[in-house]
Design a protein around this ligand. Structure first.
Ligand SMILES: [Cu+2]
Length: 153
């Protein structure tokens, strides 16, 4: 009788051990399967974000006024305009005093020339990195200080 109990106990232990090992292997497999797709998705998302930045970029708008002889934006004289490569840039320009425009040669961007109180705009894609000079092309305004830096990072 004692032999049967001992053999029975060994069998039960063996079964429990087998189940634990089986579960252990099973859960290990599940873990690997779960982590692989997650890792893959993470990588895919990163690639998608990178493509978005380089291919389409963001839409950036600057609201700038012109007077004799400087540009103004949010109280800053001849402000640095900083964008990322690939951004679509919109310049909304208004003359608050005098006859002016906003020109950026490197991107073939130029607004109309406008008089006091008139508004105009121009849109272009900043597809090249560097620091470029924007300016007013009216008369000698550029030489008199009506210019600033357009920076593409
Ligand atoms: Cu001007």
């Amino acid at each position: 009788m004692i032999k049967f109990i001992i053999i029975g106990s060994i069998l039960i232990l063996a079964i429990i051990g087998g189940v634990v090992v089986f579960w252990g292997e099973d859960s290990t497999d599940v873990g690997l399967e779960a982590s692989r797709p997650n890792g893959g998705v993470g990588v895919n998302i990163n690639i998608a974000e990178d493509n978005e930045e380089t291919e389409s970029g963001n839409a950036v708008t600057f609201i700038i006024t012109g007077e004799s002889f400087k540009f103004m934006m949010n109280g800053v004289e001849n402000p640095d305009l900083v964008v990322k490569k690939g951004d679509t840039v919109r310049i909304e320009f208004e003359s608050t005093s005098g006859f002016h425009d906003w020109v950026l040669d490197e991107f073939n961007a130029a607004t109309q020339k406008v008089n006091s109180g008139d508004k105009t705009s121009v849109e272009f894609v900043a597809d090249e990195t560097g620091t470029f000079e924007y300016y007013c092309s009216v008369g000698s305004h550029r030489q008199q200080g009506m210019s600033g830096n357009f920076i593409v990072e």
